[in-house]
Design a protein. Structure first.
Length: 131
């Protein structure tokens, strides 16, 4: 397989992932309700890092959904230290399945898509120079 073909494949995949995640995140922002919960505990996971192994802490977040019920979910952002108990945390959740929630901020979602789109743009530029 030629370098030109590999570059074209990488550009296509980067574009699909970037655009796909952008629209997915856009729909989440538009459709998933937002709530504010509080940290009621921590879950630790052992992670392998370049410097060895260490624990990463994820918040256990309790919140009230629009159905009036209280739910507890594991946050999706890990820290090197425990989350402070009682800390307010913003999240979005699926309306019909509040146990499926995310604590990622809108700018984090956008950055994820932009990284893939930037990679794709670089690949498209390189591919056009090869032709």
């Amino acid at each position: 397989m030629s370098v030109e073909t590999v570059t074209l494949i990488a550009a296509t995949i980067g574009t699909l992932v970037g655009v796909g995640t952008f629209f997915h995140f856009f729909l989440m922002v538009m459709r998933w309700p937002q709530a504010t919960g509080k940290v009621v505990g921590n879950t630790s996971e052992l992670r392998s890092l370049d410097t060895g192994t260490d624990y990463v802490f994820f918040a256990q977040i309790q919140f009230q959904a629009s159905d009036g019920k209280t739910y507890q979910v594991k946050g999706d952002i890990g820290l090197n230290d425990e989350w402070p108990l009682g800390k307010a945390v913003s999240l979005r959740y699926r309306r019909y399945n509040p146990n499926h929630a995310t604590t990622m901020k809108n700018w984090q979602r956008l950055l994820f898509s932009v990284v893939f789109l930037g990679f794709a743009a670089a690949c498209w530029y390189a591919w056009s120079d090869m032709r």
